[in-house]
Write a protein that binds this ligand. Sequence first.
Ligand SMILES: Cc1cc2nc3c(=O)[nH]c(=O)nc-3n(C[C@H](O)[C@H](O)[C@H](O)COP(=O)(O)O)c2cc1C
Length: 213
Amino acid sequence: MPHLLHLDSSADLTGSRSRAITAAFAKSWASRGDDHTITYRDLHTEPLPRLSTPALHWAPRLRRPDETVEPQDEALQQLILDELFAADVLLVGAPMYNYSLASTLKTWIDYVHVPGTTLTFDDVPSQPMAGRRAVVVTSAGGSYVEGSPTHGWDHLTPVLQIVLGTALGMEVTVISTELTLAPRIPDLAPQIPYSESLLTAAMERAAELGATV
Ligand SMILES: Cc1cc2nc3c(=O)[nH]c(=O)nc-3n(C[C@H](O)[C@H](O)[C@H](O)COP(=O)(O)O)c2cc1C
């Protein structure tokens, strides 16, 4: 049974672009049949607690003797890891907040980026998500493309590519939409039509990927 893990992290519950685009993907995925199942986790409405201890960053076998973890914290991390391991495809809604990740999504990353468990750290191969697909939907108020004054300021997309792609070995596809603040910032008003065209293209791409990955 192909299984999707769908994460959203936008704090905007009504007008969020990343939520709209991940929803388009999930709708397409679900329309493939009852065997295409979904686990949904809203990291904003049900935020995970911050890691209680740096010991959780390491696989149990790599922790130092003085590094202890409370059983309930270990159990929560295992739940989050099990949700990831069960996923054939991972879908992540990632709004840009202060040039970076929403803190709620960052916390999820803290739970799953675990040397010795999700990425290989020593001579024990440990990359269970290698080769699986991840679709990351980014949404930014400004523009970060080459030629824009803020080119190079996007510290959201590279983190997700490095963690999910390089470290966990997943095949990452990014659907990006930007200039979402064009209707709100007077200087960006001329970009409104372009911003809307980016949204339309992202919705179409998400629906297409949801039907095929
Ligand atoms: C706390 C916060 C910080 C933000 N920081 C940035 C930023 O650094 N750069 C930017 O381009 N837009 C920034 N924005 C605007 C969001 O990226 C934009 O509203 C985007 O559409 C959010 O994704 P969403 O539509 O899925 O909610 C910020 C918004 C919030 C709420």
